[in-house]
Design a protein around this ligand. Structure first.
Ligand code: CP
Length: 297
């Protein structure tokens, strides 16, 4: 595996290998890697979890990290092009981890550099390493991914974690995926192409809540709306609270890539169903496992 641009870059075998390495890391074993590598974290868009967990993952493997958390810290603010910025980073580092507000930025970077590129979220397109964490957390909770019913609720139009998750699930055999969103935020039709599992679409979470094993909640992505008035119409479409949890299966889990705004009430954090902070914690072992694969174990 060289580049990680899309969830479709992974086979089931590769995903399961990453999970297996992450399991060993959680038990205290470190994958053997050559520690003289430099990872560039090129974050042109804000991030708490992805930046920090990639940084920690690299350092725990003995790599050095460099980079930035905002394009205002770079010469892009002086109108240097993205392409030249990528050329420069690839002459200093052995791997580029890129987050950008534009769809396709990581793929474009991979065409400029011969160093491995990892997509840490590109616009409204994909966030494949988040999907590894999502599925790893599901597998941890149920011991499997096959046969589960998954409900994905919220912003299915702009939410890149949804697009990547839908794609990575094609490597498994979920029983069904329920897509729950307001009409304005339905999953773009191109992301339905190639799905090999049953799915349904509704705007009514109440219709499917009792059926799901996994409820994957998403933030309405304010920053991607062309018009704030349109955002205001849908911003509080769904709110998962303890009343919602009571209607779920007892063992059902709630995931969210975070950050959350109002879509999951704070009171839910105390329930045994809430797994979103564990999901975020899994970012370090999963990204360590991924680095060991991309940069050579
Ligand atoms: N899940 C996620 O991508 O979070 P950050 O935006 O904080 O990195």
């Amino acid at each position: 595996m060289k580049n990680v641009i899309s969830s479709s870059d992974f086979t089931r075998k590769e995903i399961e290998e990453i999970f297996s390495v992450a399991d060993s890391i959680k038990k205290g074993k470190r994958p053997k890697v050559k520690g003289d590598k430099v990872v560039a974290l090129a974050f042109f868009e804000p991030s708490t979890r992805t930046f920090t967990s990639f940084d920690v993952a690299a350092k725990r493997l003995g790599f050095q990290t460099t980079g930035f958390r905002s394009e205002h810290e770079t010469s892009v603010a002086k109108e240097e092009s993205f392409a030249d910025t990528m050329r420069m980073l690839s002459s200093y580092a052995d791997c580029l981890v890129i987050r950008h507000r534009y769809d396709g930025a990581a793929k474009f970077a991979s065409q400029i550099t011969d160093k491995p590129v990892i997509n840490a979220g590109d616009g409204k397109r994909e966030h494949p390493t988040q999907s590894l964490m999502d599925l790893y957390t599901i597998r941890d909770a149920f011991g499997k991914i096959d046969g589960l019913t998954i409900g994905i609720v919220g912003d299915l139009k702009y939410g890149r974690t949804v697009h990547s998750l839908m794609s990575m699930l094609t490597a498994f055999k979920p029983k069904r995926v329920h897509l729950v969103s307001p009409l304005q935020l339905m999953l773009p039709r191109n992301f339905l192409k190639g799905l090999n599992y049953p799915y349904s679409e509704t705007s009514d979470l109440g219709k499917v809540i009792a059926d799901v094993d996994v409820l994957y909640a998403t933030r309405i992505q304010k920053e991607r709306f062309p018009d704030e008035m349109e955002y205001n119409k849908v911003k509080e479409s769904y709110r998962i609270d303890c009343e919602t949890v009571k209607r779920m299966k007892e063992r059902a889990i709630i995931l969210h890539a975070l950050p959350r705004i109002t879509e999951i009430a704070r009171e839910v954090d105390r329930t045994k169903n809430a797994k979103y902070f564990e999901q975020a914690r899994n970012g370090v072992p999963i990204r360590m496992a991924l680095f060991s694969k991309v940069l050579g174990a």
